[in-house]
Ligand binder design. Structure first.
Ligand code: SAH
Length: 223
C-alpha cells in the first residue's frame, strides 16, 4: 500500500469529511483502509471550483463533457469489493474521468493503470496525479471497451462507465483469481456485477451486487 499524506490539502472541510465517512459507515462500508483513504483524500480538487462546496456530500457531481464523478458511496463500495479479492498488485480502471477513483485506488494497491476516452478529462486528471505526487498511476487516452492489453494481466479491473454487456477483452485480461467489478446495463437499468476468475481457468463466478446508474461506456476517442 502506498500511504500518501493528503490531509494537508483542504483541511478546512475536515468536519464535513468526517460526516461523509460516518454516512459511508451507516451505509455498510466496513473496510477501514478504504474509509481512511477516502477520509484523507481531498475530493474537492477533482471538481470545478463552482462545485467544490458540494465535494463532501454523498452525491454524484458533473465533471464536464456530460460525465460525472461517482458518489462517494459507490466509489467506496466498488473499491471495497475489489479489495475483497485480497491484496492487489495491478489494477485496471476504465473511465479515469476526474481521477478521483484512480486516486483512491492508487493508495490501496501497488499499481493502477487507467484509460479515458475524453482527452481534456484525461489531461486534467493526470495533472492532479502529478500535483498529488502519485507515482504508481499509468494513464492513457484509449478506448477501454477493449481493456488495456499492454499492461495485462490485471489482478483487478474496475469499470466506471456501463457497457450493455461485459466486453470479452476484460475477461481475457484478468489474472488468475482476478476480480472484475463492472456496472452493466442501459440508461434505464444497470446492475453492479462482480466476476471472479476461477484460478487460471476460463470460468468465472458471477454475482450481482446492487442496482446502480453510471454513464454509458462509449466507443472511440474524443479529443
Ligand atoms: N472514475 C471516474 C468516473 C468518471 S465517469 C471518476 O472518479 O471521476 C466515467 C468515465 O468513463 C467518463 O469520463 C467517460 O468519458 C469514461 N468512458 C466512457 N466510455 C469509455 C471507454 N470506452 N473507454 C475509456 N473511458 C470511457
Amino acid at each position: 500500500m502506498n500511504s500518501i499524506e493528503l490531509a494537508g490539502v483542504g483541511m478546512t472541510s475536515q468536519r464535513t469529511r468526517e460526516r461523509l465517512i460516518q454516512r459511508l459507515i451507516d451505509q455498510g462500508i466496513a473496510n477501514q483502509a478504504v474509509l481512511d483513504v477516502i477520509r484523507m483524500t481531498p475530493r474537492h480538487i477533482f471538481l470545478d471550483e463552482a462545485l467544490s462546496h458540494k465535494a463532501y456530500e454523498d452525491t454524484a457531481l458533473p465533471i464536464g463533457y456530460s460525465q460525472t464523478l461517482s458518489r462517494p458511496y459507490i466509489v467506496a463500495r466498488m473499491t471495497e469489493i475489489l479489495l475483497s479479492a485480497g491484496p492487489l498488485k495491478k489494477v485496471l480502471e476504465i473511465g479515469t474521468g476526474s481521477g478521483y477513483q484512480t486516486t483512491i485506488l492508487s493508495q490501496l494497491v501497488d499499481e493502477v493503470c487507467t484509460v479515458e476516452r475524453i482527452d481534456p478529462l484525461l489531461r486534467k486528471a493526470k495533472d492532479r496525479f502529478r500535483k498529488l505526487g502519485l507515482n504508481n498511476i499509468t494513464a492513457e487516452l484509449s478506448d477501454g471497451s477493449f481493456g488495456w492489453d499492454k499492461h495485462a494481466p490485471y489482478d483487478g479491473i474496475i469499470t466506471t462507465a456501463a457497457p450493455q454487456a461485459i466486453p470479452e477483452g476484460l475477461l481475457r485480461q484478468m489474472a488468475p483469481d482476478g476480480i472484475l467489478v463492472i456496472p452493466v446495463g442501459n440508461g434505464q437499468s444497470q446492475d453492479l456485477r462482480v466476476l471472479k476468475r476461477v484460478g487460471d481457468s476460463s470460468e468465472f463466478d458471477e454475482e450481482i451486487v446492487e442496482k446502480v446508474m453510471f454513464v454509458p461506456l462509449l466507443g472511440g476517442l474524443s479529443r
